[in-house]
Write a protein that binds this ligand. Sequence first.
Ligand SMILES: [Zn+2]
Ligand SMILES: [Zn+2]
Length: 514
Amino acid sequence: MTKRDVYSWNDLLSAYAKMGMVENLHVVFDQMPYCDSVSYNTLIACFASNGHSGKALKALVRMQEDGFQPTQYSHVNALNAMTDMYAKCGDIDRAWFLFDGMIDKNVVSWNLMISGYVKMGNPNECIHLFNEMQLSEMLKPDSYTISSMVSSCAKLASLYHGQVVHGKVVVMGIDNSMLVSSALVDMYCKCGVTLDARVIFETMPIRNVITWNALILGYAQNGQVLEALTLYERMQQQNFKPDNITFVGVLSACINADMVKEVQKYFDSISEQGSAPTLDHYACMITLLGRSGSVDKAVDLIQGMPHEPNYRIWSTLLSVCAKGDLKNAELAASRLFELDPRNAGPYIMLSNLYAACGRWKDVAVVRFLMKEKNAKKFAAYSWVEVGNKVHRFVSEDHYHPEVGKIYGELNRLISILQQIGYNLDTNIVLHNAGEEEKFRSISYHSKKLALAFALIRKPNGVAPIRIIKNIRVCDDCHVFMKFASITISRPIIMRDSNRFHHFFGAKCSCNDNW
Ligand SMILES: [Zn+2]
Ligand SMILES: [Zn+2]
């Protein structure tokens, strides 16, 4: 076989690789009477870029067995594929092990590792890695690196780091990239700064549905209903077809403002525009009906849905059930116990409802069931950005190095707030707990600790304090923040799993509707 023959075979391989036809490429490779390192490189790169990390690594081994010295290119491709696979499976430690051992990392290697950390919800690591990438290898981040970084800052509501990355975007001259700009719009919204998001949105030369959705959802979650709905109208005037996410944005905007008629109108318009409402849209309707006191109607809606109700539907129903809706709450809880018996959330919600009705025997039964099933509480955290670093707290936290000072500050704040009318809401704890236990279990929620920490570090600051909570804020913390916003004379912006709360002057932007 001549060299010329190998060239033709390699051309064929590279044609298949360009079209992403992995199987065909593999078949051709196996039929080749003779191959060279170029053939192997094409095979490995094609496996790697199409998510076949195991095959990429096997090909690398075979390349060595066949007596070819793997090039830097083939090594990096195979290792990138493996890193990506581990990161996608959530095995971030193994991904890191491979990544850390790579001598010739390229931009793709860094991007894979950074996006792995974003997916794992470890944004501090992302920021660290991003800084290291630029220092150690003098590599230029590309638009994928930047958009991963921006979404990591969005997850953390880390405005400082978000602005730093934004600055980098301008310096790199990629502020015209739709991918990057859409991520920036989303980031500013998730930091509660919709004005900056709007400026970026308006200056974008082209937009896609993702960009429109980012701002509509951003407005909805920040309680800017009018802006969300006006933008939705403008989106349609400009001939962009709303998708499922757009409708979630529009429906949640109306729900947050208790606009019952409008929600129904927009819900009906989903079908009128040729789409079918999804479970997410039904969940919005259940929230609305439940909050307006029509839990029975919400149950009718669930029973008439064309979809099988999922976990989200039942937990939405349970969350809107009040004392008078015990029957429906029991129905929702029983479905949730079947779907995920080890999630403690529904047991706690049902037992709180029984407690509110004084049905202590039923409280005991549910608590027993929860123990028997070994149900686990979802880990609840709060984050706050102070001094360009994001700090994370759990309830009754004892891990933070400044724990003594934080509790001191929080106790001081509680007694000041009590003098101006704040009372601990002990309805949400078990009736048989002692007074001290009740005090601790409410007073030391992660969000209050995060606020106390921000106040220690920046006692005379004027900038808003941004706190992120990964579950819905409890009634007591909500009241606490309203009182605190008077005493500290600073806005507190809090994002919980449902929406934003902008506290200032004893009021919250959600009008106590969340
Ligand atoms: Zn709380
Ligand atoms: Zn609120």
